[in-house]
Design a protein around this ligand. Structure first.
Ligand code: AMP
Length: 516
């Protein structure tokens, strides 16, 4: 492993080989948490660079800048052991040379709402300093990927939303799960400053967070109660508490009542160290709602995403198709009338999931999973889905699934009408021309002769128009939904993007996923 000091040495190393650089910025005092970041940053064809820089601009007067642990030799050895190709120890002047020369440029803008909670009020200027140093580091290194710890969730969130390289997509921000010591305390460079007695006391942080989690399992939802459950044992042990706060993990706004997923953060002083910890609290399993018109790859994307995250794939379109199948089977007119209500009241619609997470759908005891894909059903389902009585029955059943959560649900009204409480709401789009091309390719693959593209495109536009203008829950993106255009990207890339969006809202510790 190469050891670099000046900017010149860094530039030489960067120029010495082609291929992407994956970057792990640290303040040194490396431990197993940092090593996990380095391992996560390793990838085929990429070189991994670790930086060690105790950034003066992120410490306020009176904080521990001068006493922050510095162990250059140990850092080099640990970085190398974890697989880093180089470790860079810039001097302050290497990073802030322009500031010294008196022409420091303004850094990126912080979003004030992100620093109104948690560490923001306790550490004025801190996140400005973090943002400034990260911008400078990325400018020098120009990495393709930066690995950062979920341990510092607020830092991760601030950088993701305020650093142009990340939000403009020039560089990928890879979040890495918290690495903890045996007693649950997150590894932190500052732990090395604790005496054995203080180190034992520090374990109270994860323990106290565990109390709150137990209370949630017992049905407690009030933030004030959950926060007090963490604060009380710390204060009883004489540890000064900076804050205990329940927040929305994406917006970092206070969350007065737990409904779904929230993050409970704590900062407390143990001897010379200010320590951070957090726990994701879940009142149910996560829900992802995926909406969008036909032909955007929704089903494939939803199935793959559900598999990756260990969630069930709820295909609500199949439920409408099953009702359409039943109505055709019974020669029920497709219009609202009294006999329709009877049919719906007597209908037994059952969903079960096979070994590979695939949804099997049975209506009145008949497995219709295959039959509902027939063209005559496809042609009938938009009119069936527009019937208020049908919508009412199916929406009720879908919401019942939502009480437990643990779903990626796909449909046309998931985020807007059925699961407004979903952690992640996505609206997949693609132009009608692109969807017509996909449809034609699909038909060819199934051995069917596709009609001309213009005809397909017109059919798609017509269907969109019906879905968008229907009075019952028209198709549109949820207000707080994320619109993802799928025109020029592969299905895998769409799934990666959605997984990334999910990880901005739910940490690996909160929902490990992938154990399906
Ligand atoms: P620091 O050196 O404390 O500035 O941390 C450098 C990077 O390591 C940041 O992205 C931290 O979030 C991450 N990190 C620190 N401690 C841990 C840990 N225990 N587990 C995972 N990541 C960590």
């Amino acid at each position: 492993m190469v050891i670099l000091h000046s900017n010149g040495e860094l530039d030489q190393w960067l120029a010495a080989a082609p291929g992407p650089v994956h970057f792990v910025p640290t303040m040194g005092g490396l431990h197993r948490g940092h090593q996990q970041l380095i391992r996560a940053a390793c990838g085929p064809g990429a070189r991994v660079l670790v930086s060690v820089f105790v950034n003066p601009t992120q410490f306020a007067a009176g904080e521990d800048f001068t006493t922050y642990p510095r162990h250059a030799d140990g850092d080099g050895q640990k970085a190398g052991a974890a697989g880093a190709d180089a470790i860079w120890f810039p001097a302050v002047a290497d990073i802030y040379d322009d500031a010294k020369a008196g022409h420091a440029k303004a850094g990126p803008q912080l979003k004030p709402s992100l620093i109104r909670t948690l560490c923001g009020p306790c550490r004025p200027g801190h996140f400005e300093g973090v943002l400034m140093v990260m911008e400078r580091l990325l400018e020098r290194v120009r990495p393709a990927l930066v690995a950062m710890g979920e341990k510092d969730w607020q830092q991760l969130t601030v950088l993701r939303h305020c650093l142009p390289a990340f939000y403009e997509g020039r560089c990928r921000l890879l979040p890495v799960p918290v690495v903890r010591e045996e007693d649950g305390l997150p590894h932190s460079s500052r732990n090395s400053r604790l005496s054995p007695a203080q180190r034992r006391q520090a374990a109270l942080l994860p323990q106290a967070l565990g109390n709150a989690e137990a209370a949630v399992q017992g049905g407690e939802r009030r933030a004030t109660v959950l926060e007090q459950l963490v604060r009380a044992p710390l204060e009883s042990a004489g540890l000064p508490v900076d804050y205990v706060q329940l927040v929305n993990p994406l917006t970092l706004q206070p969350c007065p009542h737990l409904d779904g997923v929230a993050m409970l953060g704590v900062a407390a002083h143990v001897g010379p160290a200010r320590l951070l910890d957090h726990k994701f609290l879940l009142s149910r399993k996560p829900i992802i709602a995926i909406d969008g018109p036909a032909g955007t790859g929704k089903s494939t994307v939803t199935r793959l995403l559900a598999g990756r995250l260990g969630l069930l794939h709820l295909d609500t379109g199949a439920m409408y198709r099953a009702v359409a199948w039943l109505m055709l089977e019974r020669q029920q007119p497709i219009r609202p009338d009294g006999t329709l209500q009877q049919l719906l009241d007597a209908m037994e619609l059952r969903l079960v999931w096979g070994d590979h997470g695939q949804q099997v759908i049975c209506i009145n005891g008949v497995d219709v999973s295959d039959a509902i894909r027939l063209p005559r059903i496809t042609a009938t389902v938009p009119r069936v889905a527009a019937l208020p009585q049908v919508r009412q029955v199916l929406t009720r059943q879908q919401r019942a699934f939502g009480q437990q959560g643990g779903l990626v649900s796909e449909g046309r009204d998931m985020g807007t009408a059925v699961f407004p409480q979903a952690e992640l709401k996505v609206y997949l789009t693609a132009t009608a021309a692109e969807r017509a091309r996909r449809r034609a390719a699909d038909m060819t693959q199934r051995g069917q002769a596709p009609p001309p593209l213009a005809t397909l495109e017109a059919q798609i536009a017509e269907r969109d128009h019906l879905d968008r203008t229907r009075t019952e829950a028209p198709l549109r993106p949820a207000e707080d939904g994320v619109v993802v255009a799928t025109d020029d990207i592969s299905v895998e890339q769409v799934v990666d993007k959605l997984e990334e969006l999910f990880r901005q809202r739910v940490s690996y510790e909160g929902w490990p996923g992938g154990h399906h």
